[in-house]
Design a protein around this ligand. Sequence first.
Ligand SMILES: [Zn+2]
Length: 255
Amino acid sequence: MKKANIVLSVLLILLTVSCSMDKSQELIVDGAISLYEVNETGFVLKTNYHVTGENLDYQEDVIKQQELLSLLNDIFTDQYIKKVGEVLIFNAGEENVDAYIVNLDNSLDKFRVAIAINQSYDSEKLTYNLVHELGHVIALNNTQAKVIPEGKDCNNYSVDRVCTLQDSYLNLFYQKYWNAFDLEDSAIGSKSMFVTDYAQVSPIEDFAETFAHFVLYDIPSKESDKFIDKKIRFFTNFKELLKVRDSIRHNNRMD
Ligand SMILES: [Zn+2]
């Protein structure tokens, strides 16, 4: 159990930060509204937490909740919705957190995706955030990374005991765009090397932010030798990710 907790907290810390600079997690737990389980038949309501006031309004807004679940389903596509075990609808209150993911156990096979319902009324922003979270699930699931025993070294990019595989998307991205420039030790490179300010936080966040740009915006031309354009084009090296991009754009009528 201890092992799972370590990974959970690591990912939770990192990925909670993903959508804000705030590391407070208690409020997110406090703000829990509804928990859905994801199975072959779709999203099944597992728990409606005891809530009052504004949170009860959010809980009773079944149409809005279904809208969030449906968008999540469209963005995660058939392939990655299988990696989602639970969806938590929560109220982030004053916290600047829009969404986060957390692994459900050490197998890294299933994740909980948490969506702040109070931050989800701007559909463009919501879509961006969910694609960002998908970027995390793509990079950290069991086909791409493994939890290694305490004290064992990881030769590739790792976050605490989550060790990415050598040919994983995230390790390749890290080796190419972080390790080569020693960005973790230097004064976090130049701003022009990142798609957003937030991407500078860590390789994991850079990966998710750059992935969101790859999916949602035009792919920069091959002729461009701008660092940032090449970085977005990194994802075009993988047929599978191009397919994911196409599916998301098709599902959301962006093609
Ligand atoms: Zn993130």
